[in-house]
Design a protein around this ligand. Structure first.
Ligand code: DGJ
Length: 733
């Protein structure tokens, strides 16, 4: 049993994989957090809280008990206003204007499996024995507020998920001002705070800083999870590295405005909170209505950051992503964006596809510019009808001719947007997110459709759906190229204006659900100016993401390495592009560009017709190699060896589940004169197995490769890369 309730101590013990998570219904019905970490066989509950209780300057909720202050009690879902002065998990304004609420334990249920979250993406199970779920009902009886705290413990993974449902069982309106998905109190403060930050073309760079008194938070207010901050944080023990130390990961399954925060208080305890960003948020909850928060996926690792990542990879690859492509290898594609931008016609597209076929490419993706009168980024978003000037015979005909050449056909959309210069805007000027009489600020000359409106959502479902049913389309790139400004929806009443951002996300999820369910054979890849919405929420609908608009091989080392902290290689689109690189003007070798792009869903994004014969031969062998290795890369376990954030070199490897096969990569950015002699210690192999390595005559023991390492050859010149393929000696199998 992974979840138990002990009625003598009123405590819950959740066991997920090798971890324990322990709570207690404490005095007066407050729900106290006792422990989260490595599995404890027989926790002594009565001892667990003692240290944390203080007779202090803090106020007491019960005048007869000076030891009971919520200010010092570690809690599961704290409120503000009745003795706890730390960050609250939720806040509700009552009709009388007060924001004081008080939740006490009422009941609980434990059930097998994991329920779905109404209208929201979430991890799932495929059979009831994969997880158990605990629902704890908390109540504020004065106002009839019921709060259901939901916890799922996965049986074989060190994963606990949390989410919350707030139900108005009273007779008056409640206004949610804050409704986070989780709050958790650690009884220590000497942690580092790790997060993934960046900007457009520089997404998910790793940051790690020691926490100190007060708050450290990351957030998005952009209407998307954002290029700037990924909805993920981890607390790391000071000594934690890739392979050792305590790591506590928090990842929010949501694609909109979020907040992730760690607060260190007066007693050097740490409160972590995560959920929808309370900034500019409120939600009117009428009697009998309920509000569902998104899910937080919490992963504990006692073996460093690497093990946390592998747990997220496995969970997200197999129990977050869905559909036919979840378990199947992804096609090698060529995308025409950096090859032609808006300037193409059917002949050009077919010419690229023909070369692609000769080289071994499997899918052609037609990017932006095929619809309306879109010769630049100034018009036509929303007008999803083919531009017959560029493609006189239409999409169906083009798809057929690409199929005849021998490639699958894929198409780009940006369904959430509307260009002011479009027929759609002329017909429906109110369909965009806007505030009456205010400027409608444009970004990339476009506005955002108001997905809080059902009619707008239905328009998208029908417009995209009718193109998808009109031709043999096997892949869709779903782009989204701006953040939301002047947020508001004139279709909502004044008191609901601050619901717009979340209603947008609910609308988006509904649209994506409907389209992906109607076209189960299509592989969907999401994109937001590259990786501006690379989050678990979207992975639920679309199993891969265009990682970044930055295709420079050197920059991609950091972007892909940082992304791998949470997300598996099977979710990352990675393409070889032309040199000089369009984002940075840097020249890197075709080999390095290929080796970097192979560490994800591989493709090319350049004009293949411009390759020399030698380059074509090199590309052919890259493609053959990737076909051989893609299963290992897309579905293997990843071990990071050298970090691009720490120097001139990067290295990581992928190992098959049975450890019989591995791929090791090594990249060196700048040449080093008279370089020191170096060995690369591998990880994750079986120390008792023997392995062969590309280009080496000897057979090596797994222990030898991990403890002594392999030689890094003396590479000559900038932008060098090496790939070793390691196979277990057949006699060992
Ligand atoms: C941004 C995407 O990230 C690019 O790959 C490309 O699809 C452009 N949009 C097209 O406008």
């Amino acid at each position: 049993m992974s979840i138990t309730f002990d009625k003598f101590t009123d405590s819950f013990h959740l066991q997920a994989g090798n971890t324990s998570y322990i709570m207690q219904v404490f005095k007066k019905g407050y729900l106290a957090h006792l422990y989260w970490g490595k599995k404890i066989r027989k926790p002594v509950i009565d001892e667990m809280l003692l240290l944390m209780l203080r007779d202090s300057f803090s106020a007491n909720t019960d005048s007869s008990d000076e030891m009971l202050s919520l200010d010092t009690l570690p809690q599961e879902y704290p409120a503000y206003g009745n003795t706890d002065f730390r960050t609250p998990a939720y806040s509700i304004q009552l009709e009388n204007g007060s924001t004081i609420t008080d939740l006490r334990y009422e009941s609980h249920t434990i059930s097998d499996g994991k329920p779905t979250l109404l209208g929201l993406p979430a991890t799932y199970v495929e059979s009831h024995d994969e997880a158990q779920t605990l629902e704890i009902v908390m109540r504020d009886s004065l106002i009839g507020l019921k709060v259901i705290l939901s916890y799922t413990a996965f049986e074989n993974l060190d994963v606990i998920t949390r989410s919350v449902r707030l139900v108005n069982e009273g007779s008056t309106n409640l206004k949610l001002l804050r409704a986070l998905s989780m709050s958790l109190d650690f009884n220590k403060s000497n942690y580092d705070f790790m997060n993934l930050s960046g900007a457009w073309a520089r997404e998910r760079h790793i940051e790690r800083n020691a926490l100190s008194s007060g708050n450290k938070s990351i957030e998005s207010r952009r209407g998307a999870s954002s290029h700037q901050h990924n909805p993920f944080i981890a607390l790391l023990s000071g000594d934690a590295n890739e392979d050792h130390g305590d790591v506590y990961g928090f990842s929010l399954v949501y694609s909109g405005n979020f907040l992730a925060q760690a607060e260190i208080d007066q007693y050097q305890t740490t409160r972590v909170s995560m959920g929808i960003n309370p900034f500019d948020f409120s939600w009117l909850l009428k009697p009998n209505e309920e509000f569902q928060t998104p899910e937080v996926v919490m992963v504990y690792s006692s073996e460093g950051i690497g093990e946390m990542s592998r747990t997220y990879h496995k969970l997200y690859r197999t129990r977050l992503c869905r559909g036919e492509f979840r378990d199947s290898v992804r096609p090698i594609l060529v995308n025409n964006w950096e090859a032609t931008y808006f300037n193409f016609n059917a002949e050009k597209i077919e010419a690229i596809a023909k070369v692609g076929k000769d080289l071994g490419i499997e899918l052609f993706v037609l990017d932006d510019g095929w619809f309306g009168k879109r010769d630049n980024d100034k018009s036509s978003l929303g007008d999803w009808t083919v531009d017959l000037k560029k493609l006189p015979k239409g999409i169906n005909n083009l798809a057929n001719s690409i199929n005849t050449i021998g490639l699958e056909f894929g198409l780009w959309f940006e369904p959430e947007m509307i260009s002011p210069d479009s027929d759609l805007y002329k017909a429906n000027p109110d369909w965009c997110i806007h505030v009456p009489n205010r400027t409608r600020s444009q970004a990339r000359n476009q506005l955002v459709l108001d997905l809080s409106r059902e009619d707008v959502c239905n328009y998208i479902i029908n417009a995209v759906g009718s193109i998808l049913s009109s031709a043999n389309i096997s892949y869709v790139k779903w782009d989204m190229n701006r953040n939301i400004t002047e947020i508001g929806s004139p279709s909502l009443p004044a008191k609901r204006q601050r619901e717009t951002a979340h209603r947008y996300m609910l609308g988006l999820y509904k649209v994506m659900n409907s389209i992906t369910k109607s076209f189960p054979k299509i592989l969907f890849e999401s994109c937001s100016g590259g990786g501006g919405r690379f989050d678990p929420g979207l992975l639920f609908y679309m199993p891969q993401v265009w990682t970044s608009d930055n295709t420079d091989a050197v920059e991609r080392l950091k972007i892909q390495y940082g992304t791998s902290i949470v997300y598996p290689a099977s979710t990352m689109g990675a393409h070889v592009s032309a040199v000089p690189n369009h984002q940075l003007n840097r020249n890197t070798s075709l080999k390095m560009r290929g080796d970097v792009a192979m560490c994800g869903n591989f493709g090319y994004e350049l004009d293949l017709t411009k390759f020399s014969d030698d380059e074509k031969e090199e590309v052919k062998s890259q493609i053959l190699k990737y076909k051989d290795l893609r299963k290992l890369i897309q579905f293997g376990n990843m071990y990071r060896l050298l970090s691009p954030f720490e120097g001139n070199e990067s290295s990581w490897m992928y190992i098959s589940e049975d450890k019989t096969e591995a791929l090791v990569t090594y990249f060196r950015v700048l040449a080093v004169p008279n370089a020191p002699i170096r060995k690369l210690k591998l990880k994750g192999l079986d120390s008792n197995m023997d392995y062969s390595i590309t280009d080496k005559k000897n057979i090596f023991g797994g222990d030898d490769l991990m403890y002594s390492g392999i030689d890094i050859p003396n590479l000559f010149g900038d932008y060098q890369s090496m790939v070793w393929i390691i196979k277990c000696n057949p006699l060992d199998k």
